[in-house]
Write a protein of this length. Sequence first.
Length: 143
Amino acid sequence: MVSVTITTRPSANRLVDTTMHNPKETPLTTPVMSFTVQPCNDETVIVHVGKALDFRNAADFKAVCLEQVQAGIRNFVLDFSDTGILDSTGLGSIFSLYRQVSPLKGQVVFAAVSRPVQVVVQLTRTYKVFRQFPTVEAARDAL
């Protein structure tokens, strides 16, 4: 049995302890999907991303979106209003979704982009690929 404690600094004001342990033991934290899917019409859904889209839940995000694509959804509005963390893995899962819906003439758009997500969008120049809207309603109406 190996235990390792990693301390990271997500912000200058607080420390977060993440402990890795034997997977046969009870997990230290139960992973929770931090996003929900809200249907708009037969071809469009709104994905409320939640607090984070990062290495911890990017695979779940991809799986949920793939289910939606297989069900005929081709337009995705990503609501980032409550999102404080978007890392490279999360961004990669969004690009994966984009690659799935583009051949279907579908779209992935960003809505209500929070300040932390906006920083990532600007640094990565993601705004050149994904249209951004000030509200979920504006994004929905544009599709």
